[in-house]
Design a protein around this ligand. Structure first.
Ligand code: NAI
Length: 345
């Protein structure tokens, strides 16, 4: 039986993981705590550690897990910016779920956009209070507006299709444009200056950290709507708040926040929020925040559990070869052994 220490477990994780785990004699030790240097010890006796987006998988944590005999970290997410893949190389293999439902995230981005610009969140609260006034609820048509999409991978491309369905013009920026995709790629500066709506769908890297900052906001159209369903660190939240206060940014739709790790996914309703910036953003009438919810559909949860269980099985049953393994060399064809259908190391 393969034993898996399952960190940051939430009630919604268990049904799907139990379903696929039981099929393959896999046992999950559900831990509500996040993985960090202090909690790594809780994985003692397990073969695998399964982590999510706000678990800390830095060099120290990796060393502790390695000392406990852990040789596989199974991310149940696509993004892996929280894992020090350099530190893991040569010690612990890392697998992830590259795609579980890009539709879930792209559809959530559009849901946030529509809610924001048509003031649905305000109307919902009003009519529950039998307030049927329309004052202050004026929105704008998406039809004919320009959407600027940063990152045209799986999620970005679906978001582009959704925008086109609304009759929007779409321009995009990607470090690696998709050839023959029919997507109109423009330089980043041009995207900033031409877009009515900007949606972020690129990963968080050193290069993309704070790509939305005071300088880039200054280049944007007055009234621009900024959507972030990717990673909080893409936006300098202080600069965003200033842009909102200056009436430059018309609205912000955020599913992620740079300092979300100890806040999002938890019920903090009975507590005082010790994050002034987040409190200010939430207090703004033109900011909508969801708590890293974009992935949360039935389809996505099933796919996450199925792929994670299969990733673990391939490590143990397939000589450790797994298509979803990742390392810092992946993508460099000459350097990563995975391109030759071998393990990364
Ligand atoms: P993907 O890997 O299919 O696409 C990412 C795209 O970003 C690629 O086309 C890549 O070339 C591009 N890119 C890389 N560096 C760039 C740069 N410096 N500037 C512009 N573009 C760059 O990833 P996918 O599946 O579309 O996911 C996108 C992001 O969505 C993930 O990185 C993850 O952080 C986030 N995500 C958020 C979820 C949520 O629940 N809020 C759930 C799943 C993913």
């Amino acid at each position: 039986m393969i034993k898996v220490a399952f960190y940051d477990a939430k009630g919604y994780d268990k049904p799907s993981f139990e379903k696929y785990g039981q099929l393959h004699d896999m046992q999950f030790r559900y831990l509500e705590t996040k993985l960090n240097e202090d909690t790594a010890e809780l994985a003692r006796g397990c073969d695998v550690v399964c982590v999510f987006v706000n678990d800390t998988v830095n060099a120290k944590v990796i060393d502790r897990l390695y000392d406990l005999g852990i040789r596989l970290i199974a991310l149940r997410s696509a993004g892996y910016n929280n894992v020090d893949v350099h530190a893991a190389f040569g010690k612990i293999h890392v697998v992830h779920v590259p795609a579980y439902s890009p539709y879930a995230v792209a559809e959530h981005a559009m849901a946030l956009l529509l809610t924001s610009i048509r003031r649905i969140h305000k109307a919902y609260n009003r009519t529950r209070d039998f307030n049927f006034s329309l004052n202050g609820l004026t929105g704008f048509d998406l039809h004919g507006k320009t959407a600027g999409v940063i990152g045209t991978g799986k999620i970005g491309r679906i978001f582009i299709d959704i925008c086109k369905g609304f009759g929007m013009k779409v321009i995009a920026y990607d470090l690696f444009p998709v050839p023959d995709s029919g997507i109109e790629y423009v330089p980043l500066e041009e995207l900033f200056s031409r877009s009515d709506v900007i949606s972020l769908h690129c990963p968080l890297t050193e290069e993309t950290r704070h790509m939305i900052n005071a300088d880039s906001i200054a280049k944007m159209k007055k009234g621009v709507v900024i959507i972030n369903t990717s990673r909080g660190g893409l936006i300098d939240a202080e600069a965003l708040l200033e842009g909102i206060k200056a009436r430059k940014v018309g609205a912000a739709c955020l599913d992620v926040y740079e300092e979300e790790a100890d806040i999002f996914f938890e019920d903090r309703s009975g507590h005082i929020l010790n994050d002034e910036l987040l409190s200010r953003l939430i207090s703004m009438p033109n900011v909508i925040i969801t708590s890293h919810q974009a992935f949360l559909t039935e389809e996505a949860l099933n796919n996450i559990a199925e792929t994670t269980v299969n990733n673990i099985l391939s490590y143990f049953n397939n000589d450790g070869v797994c298509d979803n393994e990742l390392c810092y060399r992946c993508g460099h064809i000459d350097r990563c052994k995975k391109e030759r259908k071998e393990r990364c190391f």
